[in-house]
Design a protein around this ligand. Sequence first.
Ligand SMILES: [Zn+2]
Length: 467
Amino acid sequence: MLIYNSQSRKKETFVPLKEGHVGIYACGPTVYNYFHIGNARPFITFDVLRRYFEHKGYDVTFVQNFTDIDDKMISRANEEGITVKELADRFIDAYFTDAKALGIRPATVHPKATEHMPQIISLIQKLMDNGRAYAVNGDVYYRVKAFSDYGKLSGQNLDDLEMGASERLNVETGKEAPADFALWKAQKPGEPAWESPWGMGRPGWHIECSAMSMTYLGDTFDIHCGGKDLLFPHHENEIAQSEGATNKPYVNNWMHNGFLNVDNEKMSKSLNNFFTVRDIAKEFDLEAVRMFMLSAHYRSPINFSRDQISQAHASLTRLYTARDQMAFLLINAPNRPLNSDEEALANHIDACAKRFDDAMDDDLNTADALGALFELVKEANVTLNGESAASIIANAVYTLKDLTNVLGLMQKQADGLPSDIQAMVDERALARKEKNWKRSDELRDAIKAAGYILEDTPQGQKVRQAL
Ligand SMILES: [Zn+2]
């Protein structure tokens, strides 16, 4: 599989650190509001990345954090007169509701910054110990000059950065150099704070992603992804923090999705074109939003408009109609050998499935993969009728189901696992990973009670509807 690595700026053959396993870290939301459609793009893109690796037989550990402490969290909680924790809990719940409606599966782990203070503090301590960080009045800064690789991801040169940043340098912060950034912020009156060797305070934003990714995936891991807007300074700073502390490579592949515009303008509150996923859900089926996102290559810019979503909805309906029609034909289809037209269709289905995988292998080209899917549907519609052999109809239906499942589309009917059952299966996988056998057994019973047969196999859980 080829993946475009933002650091080398070229497509590279993906080689996992550990055969058969992929570790992925995706920057998650700051939970001070409902997430917007710009945020939905990376969540959907990297959910597809994970599904595709699973389709190829990899065991995937997918980590996506919640930033549950930062300036925006504090000011929003103050405005509402609630605690930061209450605010975080509310929008974490909302995240899971909206993500589910968009077909985004829960990650293997969703770590929260506030629950990883020991790991964050110990990472900062390592940087203090080796001279790459310094404390000033309870704040701790990263000493960018002490990390010679700084700028290697974004391709920026430290001298230019210093020039650019010097105008913004606030002499009162006590920073040694303009490009230095905060690892730990001393507590201000009324702010939540944690104990640290440098006094009461809270972590900077960048350090939490370094600490949490390495906690769950190790010092070096396969893929780190996020929106292009996070490449600098967030991801550049993560490299400086992690490699600065461990002296080992941090990430093998950096993946960044392109921007999302709304009606050809950059989305912003001031332009009044800022939509949360909740806003969109009032007007559109969110599965159409997912379809729309996947209709372009993830690195290309994409333009969100009502027309585009309506078109995506129409495409999705074509897929559903084809599938339902085939399922209907299957009920009374004869069991007999294939005739020559059906043999040709069988070859065509194989070719479309291969085209699908080839497209996905080429840096996750979902636009071309969808093209292969529509080709399959078109050929099936032309060939299949009330006389068709059962095995060719079943072949078309199951191939369609298998491939749309990779994209997280057509999750609605009992033909695949309905999303509530899938959510239980996902939660059970997590419970088993954490050796929480009690929860795992409860979920197994709930899945059974809902009419599904569950088997634990060496490849993981196998679930199908009880007939
Ligand atoms: Zn991050």
